[in-house]
Design a protein around this ligand. Structure first.
Ligand SMILES: C[S@@+](CC[C@H](N)C(=O)[O-])C[C@H]1O[C@@H](n2cnc3c(N)ncnc32)[C@H](O)[C@@H]1O
Length: 340
């Protein structure tokens, strides 16, 4: 069957300039949300569950194609992520896996052919969105103020997970867990990206024309690395029951999330996960988002409104990019927190 995946061949194949010039527009910047297509035909939500990777042979191909994402102003100036063409190739090979993606009869690639997001089916995690980039830079610049060592961290709506992976590879968190709506995103992007930035880290000489082909050896330590994290998939509604945080001690010290507040219907669900999973009183949540998501009603204002009405968290805006579409990073702290 033939696929269209909403990424032109130009976007899938970086030019030599893009690949080697750290000041060139990053692949992330190409996907400005103004051109993003949201489909909001209501579908039943996928219930949350935990993905327990017991065998990486079921998840990873024998090679991964990596690209570099440059962060010129950060203390760690490059992260690696799986190239989208490689994801697309694996999806095409595992076509039958997708048959069961939605009600057993719809394939994710077909649904995403003309949309970046199809509500309740595919929530956009295969590509890296702009605010993920902002969040990495914020974490880098504020990393000395925020103490991650020994802390428990959760990235909600992780997709390619660059912010979470930045913390994983620059600080020494006790554990960082990842959640994405789509199981395929966790398997095709999140887990490969964790490995590409840890045990399968490419060397600069591995890169040719902007990509590096990395062999995936059958080594138990790869699974050990992946098993340091927990992975959750499905809707935010009911997620706290699955994470099963029985005591305040088990809760997260830091929750991070990027480009997850575009849909007004989902804001209360996301907010509740943060409220009930964050350790009290000193847990912190960092939410990176566009001020407005045109045409869909979500954005910083409705999210702030919800938080302010609940009177549980204080909000500080720590970053404000006056870009084409304004972007912000909100820091949420409990009102009874000792953190000022
Ligand atoms: C636009 S993507 C952003 C991905 C990534 N954080 C980034 O910035 O590149 C939005 C993410 O939010 C998550 N998401 C959106 N709605 C959700 C819902 N109702 N329940 C659970 N996750 C949801 C999905 O996992 C999806 O990957």
């Amino acid at each position: 069957m033939s696929f269209r995946f909403n990424f032109s061949s130009e976007e899938l194949e970086p030019t030599e300039n893009e690949s080697n010039d750290s000041t060139a527009q990053s692949p992330i910047d190409k996907y400005d949300s103004l051109s993003s297509l949201f489909r909001f035909d209501k579908r039943p939500f996928v219930p949350p569950s935990e993905l327990i990777p017991n065998n990486l042979n079921d998840i990873l191909p024998s090679t991964l194609v990596a690209e570099r994402v440059f962060f010129p102003t950060c203390e760690k100036s490059v992260l690696y992520k799986r190239h989208l063409s490689d994801v697309k190739f694996q999806l095409a090979q595992e076509d039958n896996l997708l048959e069961t993606d939605y009600n057993g009869d719809t394939r994710i690639l077909e649904l995403t052919a003309d949309s970046d997001i199809v509500q309740g089916v595919y929530e956009g995690g295969l590509k890296t969105w702009e605010c993920a980039h902002d969040l990495v830079e914020f974490l880098s610049k504020n990393i000395s103020n925020l103490d991650f060592e020994g802390k428990k961290i959760l990235e909600l709506g992780c997709g390619s997970s660059l912010p979470g992976i930045y913390i994983l590879t620059t600080k020494n968190p006790f554990r960082i867990d990842f959640q994405d709506y789509n199981e395929q995103v966790l398997k095709l992007v999140t887990i490969p990206n964790i490995l590409l930035n840890t045990l399968l880290c490419p060397k600069s000489e591995d890169f040719f024309n902007g990509t590096a082909e990395i062999d995936v050896p059958e080594r138990p330590n790869l699974l050990d690395q992946v098993k340091k994290s927990r992975f959750f998939m499905g809707d935010w509604s009911g997620l706290t029951d699955i994470i099963n945080l029985n005591s305040e001690q088990e809760k997260y010290d830091l929750i991070i999330s990027s480009e997850t507040i575009y849909n007004t219907d989902s804001l209360p669900k996301l907010y509740n996960v943060i409220k009930y999973s964050l350790k009290r009183p000193n847990g912190i949540a960092l939410i990176a988002a566009k001020s407005i998501y045109f045409g869909v009603g979500g954005g910083v204002l409705p999210f702030r409104h919800l938080i302010e009405q609940d009177k549980v968290f204080g909000i500080k805006i720590f970053y404000n990019a006056e870009a084409h579409v304004k972007r912000e990073i909100l820091m949420l702290t409990f009102l009874d927190s000792f953190i000022q």
